[in-house]
Unconditional design. Sequence first.
Lengths: 326, 326
Amino acid sequence: MAPHAIGIIGLGKIAQDQHLPNIRANPDFTLLAVSSQRGLSPEDAKYTFQDYREMLSGVPDLEAVAICTPPQVRHQIAREALLAGKSVLLEKPPAATLSELEDLKQLAEKVGKTIFTTWHAQYNKGVDETAKALAGQTVKLLRVTWKEDVRRWHPGQQWIWQAGGFGIFDPGINALSIVTRIMPQPVFIKRADLKFPANRDAPIAADLELSTGQPDAELTAAFDWRQTGLQSWNIDVETQAGSQLKLSQGGCRLEIDGRVVVDEKPSEYEGVYKRFDLLLSEGRSVVDVAPFRLVADAFMVGRRVQVEPFQDDAPARDGTYQAPST
Amino acid sequence: MAPHAIGIIGLGKIAQDQHLPNIRANPDFTLLAVSSQRGLSPEDAKYTFQDYREMLSGVPDLEAVAICTPPQVRHQIAREALLAGKSVLLEKPPAATLSELEDLKQLAEKVGKTIFTTWHAQYNKGVDETAKALAGQTVKLLRVTWKEDVRRWHPGQQWIWQAGGFGIFDPGINALSIVTRIMPQPVFIKRADLKFPANRDAPIAADLELSTGQPDAELTAAFDWRQTGLQSWNIDVETQAGSQLKLSQGGCRLEIDGRVVVDEKPSEYEGVYKRFDLLLSEGRSVVDVAPFRLVADAFMVGRRVQVEPFQDDAPARDGTYQAPST
């Protein structure tokens, strides 16, 4: 089968770090076009555009587009892409709201094109193995610890702090996308403490209490963007049968009962594009709403707690960070 | 066809005011059982229970149950009802979270029973007529005004003020259920200001900015629980073709271009049980997530604005309200 001719819309950090190299490394894809409001160089792709609309109408051979813009504009772009007859890969979160995602799902069905909500964290090797190990089990304990330094991962990004910018749920949704993938029963948000800095409209930390309906189980998630030094992307699970699973490094490493079962380097976007190739070839869609729905549920049932203001200082040259200037 | 043998779970205000009389007035239903943690009298139904589990296992002839408890416990009860082979009618909102509702939808499909998410406000006579008048039209202006006095409609109810208690979205979701029913295109939440009293964990008012993707359209909703005196449950619509629709009194009255088209008394629960009869007879389900999804979206994209504390004073004997004691 000829490789899929794909275009990228939105050439920010994630597109440059992950989508470009992974598309280029995958023989089942040809990067035919790129659209970006930033400047583009002719090496980026055969066709380059500043306006995605020109790309959608100007490259008839384009089979699919990967939408890597901020989430606020994804719905509009994805709609137009589907209506132009292109299949669509959506970076996470797939839209600004659940209603927008539902609309895209229905539109993709109507026009008969593939739509794919990517949750990249699901593709690290330890995740699948954890899901296999937990299948058919009853989970007694789930402890998600997702603590990282926002200054390191989102330097100067302002949209994440605006209302609708998700705040700590931008990384937290990665953890939740692993949880929905590995858990043998659906999980529900029972309680949430959402910690809003006094000067921001999005939470910097969140403590979630989850449930599968199992009365004696203890399921929690702790998300925090104020973690300097060692970063934590860990999920600990204990089953009723007594097994202990430790999924760490964002899903790259898995220990079961103290024995290392998986320890590999990240393979997230490699997995994303392998899956997209399959979906395109089979003409199928995957719209996995579950992680996004849990985030909306957390905002809906969550209690707002005000915490100290957050100052978004740039990192100093030596890699340390300036103290907040309050 | 024999009438459907139905039971009520949760005998609070809405069950007593609406479900009991409407079931009794509908010849297609027989009220066979009632379960309530409050005291029950033998006249309430042939079988009465304090524990809904005893009702589910103890009345084999029961075909369906109407779940009228607060939303926090609906998911658990509905699960057990479906697993006991009963069809389920859910008061609004149908669950505490969207993930719980999705779980019920899947379970109902699996066990082959009817599940029905009731949005009672959709059944007032003007709503259908508005939907018909707007079909195929482009909406240029939508202005939802839902302003009522919380002290009058929810005297002393504490759960509505807790995180997850929905606050102003408890009535607001009624307005949104009409909006999703009448609008010829899907609507999305673009921006929301959620006004939280300083001493409460749920909003007392909300201003929403909506969109259908139509760039020049103006779609807004203003919800407020601080309205004394005249209560407002109005939806004004203007189409691109120049038609003006005024849906008022919660959907009971409709004027089109100044002419009164509908002016009837409320018929909400009459319509709910007519529909439920049909669904049960045809073995079909209706899980309409749209209004609930818009509420979750509003919480997810909404900006929290702190407003003055709310004091929940009991009404004075003469029907007026005491000034806040602050």
